[in-house]
Design a protein around this ligand. Structure first.
Ligand code: NAD
Ligand code: MG
Length: 298
């Protein structure tokens, strides 16, 4: 194995700059077709029992950051359920195979998180399959750029809110009654919560909401022994970006504005999720862990 998450190398050159073509693909995009391909740690993530016996549910676990977290969780010893849209079955099966190869159980849950009934059902099916739930990662997200508020479709605003904020609420509400002491909830927010782009008004609003939700819920659940935290990624190369997440003309320089001068890879996010899910972070509550390549956050 050439490199693991423990390899000391230069973070500037650890991964090449991503300079994708300007092509746009339809939402939600596919990791299998991403050009250039992304690294989810398939060949590099080494587990060490940090989540032994845990039962995890990761939304958007088919691709991108969620896929990297799912692979890492399984290699750390967790059974992992992943939620994704039905058209993402191909990516989901790839991740499920890797979870199985790690010696853990995978559960695939295709469906639309905009439907509150599906959110509740996904939690219940995870509990039924694994005999409980200890880790919920609210990671699914919708990001579609729009340059002019007067042209931002009402249904896009609605679906962005419902995917990024409402689903987090419905999933969490369904999950908490099943969670015992030591359980953890991790929400994926974004650098967009602090440095909102002019073309991501709806999306950036949801990410600020996720930060506030995380801190308020963390205070509420900490006395019960359930920790709630968030991860704030910077620009990460995933199917979200070329599927209308960015204007085509911005893709060739994606991530160049960071201090490291390159986009991050999903594999570089996985250790943050493992840390917040594991008991190593027992005194970390209501935190937003920035993994931004140096883009400043408060
Ligand atoms: P991604 O496209 O790989 O993952 C997003 C996933 O969300 C999709 O795979 C899809 O399965 C899921 N999803 C979207 N709408 C859904 C719905 N209605 N029902 C069920 N599932 C749905 O992209 P990603 O970049 O890995 O995104 C993961 C999270 O990271 C998102 O919350 C995103 O906002 C956040 N994020 C990404 C970046 C980045 O630069 N890529 C930066 C900051 C934050
Ligand atoms: Mg996907």
């Amino acid at each position: 194995m050439a490199q693991t998450q423990y390899t000391f190398d230069n973070p500037v050159t650890r991964y090449p700059k991503v300079s994708p073509p300007k092509d746009q693909v339809p939402e939600p995009g596919s990791d299998a077709e991403l050009e250039p391909p992304a690294d989810h740690g398939e060949d590099t993530y080494v587990g060490s029992g940090r989540l032994a016996g845990r039962k995890a549910l990761i939304t958007g676990g088919d691709s991108g950051i969620g896929a990297a977290a799912a692979i890492a969780f399984a290699r750390e010893g967790a059974d992992v359920a992943i939620v994704y849209l039905p058209e993402e079955e191909n990516d989901a099966q790839h991740v499920a195979t890797l979870i199985g190869e790690a010696g853990r159980t995978a559960l695939t849950l295709p469906g639309d998180l905009v439907d509150p009934a599906f959110c509740a059902d996904a939690v219940q099916r995870t509990v039924d399959a694994f005999g409980g739930l200890d880790v919920l990662v609210n990671n699914a997200g919708k990001q579609v750029f729009c340059k002019d508020i007067t042209e931002l479709p009402d249904d896009q605003f609605d679906r962005t809110m419902k995917t990024n904020v409402y689903a987090m609420f419905h999933l969490t509400k369904a999950a908490v009654p099943h969670m015992s002491e030591g359980s953890t909830i991790i929400n994926t927010t974004s650098v967009q919560a602090y440095l909102p782009s002019d073309i991501l008004v709806d999306y950036a609003t949801t990410k600020a909401a996720i930060n506030a939700f995380t801190k308020a819920l963390a205070a509420q659940l900490a006395p019960k022994g359930i920790r709630v935290n968030a991860v704030a990624p910077g620009p990460i190369w995933t199917p979200l970006q070329p599927s209308a997440g960015q204007p085509p003309e911005k893709l060739p320089d994606f991530g160049a504005q960071t201090a490291l001068g390159r986009a991050g890879q999903p594999a570089e996010l996985a250790p943050a999720y493992v840390f917040l899910a594991s008991a190593e972070s027992s005194y970390v509550v209501g935190e937003t862990l920035a993994v931004t390549g140096g883009m400043p956050t408060p």
